[in-house]
Design a protein around this ligand. Structure first.
Ligand code: ADP
Length: 274
């Protein structure tokens, strides 16, 4: 069909905006303190649409704090965070900084899915309902459409036969795959993954990472991932950012960071975890 031919050559300007170099997430001079402890120190960071970015670095270097700021579970002390056109902190209007409105914050929350180390499923709901709950109650999707989508996602994460079980009837790895399906059910632009295999028994890790690899390679979702699984990071990342004491000390494609790190701290960190 002729529509398949549509593209930049047709002069459709909206096409170029969906290119891979569209900025999706932007941190400008973001500082976050807990008491007197500065966890993020004037952090500048950009994530482009459709890219998969992995945050690595020692425990306590501020990686999770970045995800929690994006999820609006925390507020920065200084600086600006923007997701797409939406501001999470404040925006400049007529030369003045004004606080971001509730509308921006709601939009960002709707567009970001997060999967945690502890799966955080709703224990009183069966698997299918865990996945349909937010699409029905937050997006206003009708129940049948939400269930159809949930079944597709359960197929994607390999759990079709478990849709009628409660979370406690599943292994940790299976629960985590439900949590991934639940996050995707909202059709978020961004998926945040916070050490999603750290709480799993070793034999269950591979199944979860395989599902995430599949998602990374077959969808155009933007991923921001905190992990200690370096082989996984190497497989899925477009960009690896090495954190130390609340700053990005170096970043680049995985081949570069893992094979030819420039920074002594990165070399030390990698030799300890690889
Ligand atoms: P990472 O994910 O790199 O391990 P985090 O972002 O979890 O690091 O934490 C960075 C630092 O902030 C740690 O020293 C941690 O103890 C501290 N921290 C995180 N959350 C809180 C909080 N709610 N209150 C006080 N300190 C916190």
């Amino acid at each position: 069909p002729p529509n398949d031919q549509a593209g930049p050559a047709d002069g459709n300007p909206s096409r170029t905006e969906t290119g891979t170099d569209t900025e999706l997430i932007r941190f400008d001079s973001v500082t976050k303190r807990f008491g007197t402890h500065t966890v993020l120190d004037s952090l500048d960071m950009t994530v482009y649409s459709g890219k998969h970015v992995t945050l690595i670095g020692p425990s306590g270097s501020g990686k999770t704090t970045i995800l929690r700021l994006l999820m609006t579970l925390l507020k920065p002390d200084e600086g600006t965070i923007k997701v797409g056109p939406h501001f999470l902190t404040h925006e400049e209007k007529a030369g003045k900084l004004v606080p971001a409105g509730e509308k921006h914050i709601r939009e960002v929350r709707k567009n970001i899915g997060m999967v945690f180390q502890q799966f955080n499923l709703f224990p009183n709901m069966k698997v299918l309902r865990n996945i349909t709950e937010a699409p029905v109650h937050v997006l206003g999707l009708d129940k049948d459409a939400a269930e159809e989508r949930a079944r597709e996602l359960l197929d994607l994460v390999g759990l079709t036969e478990h849709l009628d079980k409660y979370p406690t009837q599943l292994s940790g790895g299976q629960q985590q795959r439900v949590a991934i399906a639940r996050a995707l059910a909202m059709r978020p632009q961004v998926l945040l993954l916070d050490e999603v295999t750290s709480a799993l028994d070793p034999e269950l890790v591979a199944g979860v990472l395989d599902v995430l690899r599949d998602i990374a390679h077959t969808t155009d979702i933007t991923m921001l991932c905190v992990t200690h699984e370096m082989n996984f990071a190497r497989d899925i990342s477009d960009c690896v950012m090495m954190f130390d004491s609340g700053r990005v000390i170096e970043f680049g494609p995985p081949e570069q960071i893992f094979s030819e790190p420039e920074h002594e701290r990165t070399r030390e960190f990698l030799s300890a975890v690889l």
